[in-house]
Design a protein around this ligand. Structure first.
Ligand code: KG4
Length: 345
């Protein structure tokens, strides 16, 4: 406790960002430290798991120390340690989980193992103090495109997910084919602002009626075929039009399905989460679509969309409210069901 507030230290290391954060009473963010490895992995055009783990090891103590110092607390003020325990790269996860367990042991504090997507959704609680379940969450990142019915702080029902590429993954792969850099999402977002989203008609893959699943690999293939064809016939490709047309096709599907889910499940609030939630078209389309339907629309600021430990600390706080805590036997899980915290007791 510090000044009568419940202090949580969050730790996140599931992919290529090493992060620690401190929150007070769940939603008040006292500090956030993120060490990004993006420059290292850019050389390889994607995240190399072994290199990610080694860099987490180098950075983990630094980001934890930074978060504690910037929050103006002492290690003994920490009431709970929340850590991402899955899903993610196993070597990367193990670094965060081991650090969390070492601290929990040394400080004699409880530990909450947080599902990474539960964390992403919880970023919205930090951003929007008035937001409470139930609502529909749309988590779109490099590894996931999920529509989730958030029934309670720790009660998440997966309504649909991608059957192949995640939205961010498709954007990264298309950017690679276009030769415009990594990660592709932000570059496509920037280029699209000057392109015509209707210049090239790509087919939207909606799958069977009533399904909230996604499929982006067919759209990715349409773009690759278009690029190959234009190169073969010697036509110059307008990168801005291509980026804008592809991006529009991705976001049309995400927005349409999210609204359908909200209507079917009787929710009047939609929250975005994950790295792709920074996308300017997705944000403006979702804002517009929600306002037309009379729904409330929520999204975290970009630093809370990407992987960060603030969202983990926030989720851990709400887990502790329901006694959903782990002990030093907590493990790291490369694959983890979304209802993990419901099944842990
Ligand atoms: O959530 P995140 O930081 O990491 C995980 O995948 O867990 O998401 C990274 C993904 C990448 O695929 C990146 O290209 C995408 O988010 N991304 C974006 C934007 N910023 C990041 N995609 C579209 N538009 C953006 N502005």
């Amino acid at each position: 406790m510090k000044d009568g507030k419940y202090i949580v230290l969050g730790i996140e290391s599931s992919c290529d960002d090493t992060s620690a954060a401190v929150t007070a009473d769940g939603r008040e963010l006292l500090s956030l430290s993120i060490s990004s490895q993006i420059e290292i992995h850019t050389m390889y055009g994607g995240v190399v798991p072994e290199i990610a783990s080694r860099n987490h090891l180098k950075n983990i103590n630094i980001v934890i120390r930074q978060a504690v110092d910037e929050a103006g607390i002492d290690f003994h003020d920490i009431d709970l340690i929340g850590v991402t325990c899955g899903p993610g790269l196993i070597g990367a996860l193990l670094v965060g989980v081991s650090a969390a367990k070492a601290l929990a042991y040394a400080l004699d504090r409880p530990i909450a193992g947080v599902h990474h997507l539960h964390g992403h959704i919880s970023a919205n609680y930090i951003q929007s103090p008035e937001l409470e379940p139930p609502f529909i969450a749309v988590v779109a990142s490099g590894g996931n495109t999920d529509i989730i019915d958030v029934r309670g702080y720790n009660d998440l029902l997966l309504l649909g997910q991608t059957r192949d590429d995640a939205a961010g993954e498709a954007m990264d792969k298309v950017a690679r084919v276009m030769g415009i850099g990594y990660p592709g999402g932000p570059v496509i977002d920037r280029l699209s602002k000057e392109g015509d989203p209707h210049a090239i008609e790509f087919k939207r893959v909606m799958l069977e009626k009533g399904s909230y699943d996604f499929s982006f690999s067919g759209l990715k293939t349409q773009v690759i075929n278009y690029v190959n064809h234009e190169r073969m016939v010697g036509r110059e490709i307008d990168q801005k039009d291509l980026a804008a047309s592809f991006q529009q096709a991705v976001m049309d599907v995400i927005v349409t399905k999210s609204l359908e889910a909200a209507e079917e499940y009787g929710r009047d609030r939609i929250a975005l989460a994950g790295g792709v939630a920074s996308n300017s078209l997705l944000r403006s389309m979702m804002r517009e679509a929600c306002s037309q339907k009379g729904f409330q629309y929520y999204r975290p600021e970009p630093v809370l969309c990407t992987d960060n430990a603030a969202m983990i600390a926030c989720a851990a706080y709400y887990m502790s409210e329901e006694g959903l805590l782990s002990d030093l036997s907590l493990d790291a899980y490369p694959v983890l069901d979304l209802d993990w915290c419901r099944n842990m007791q």
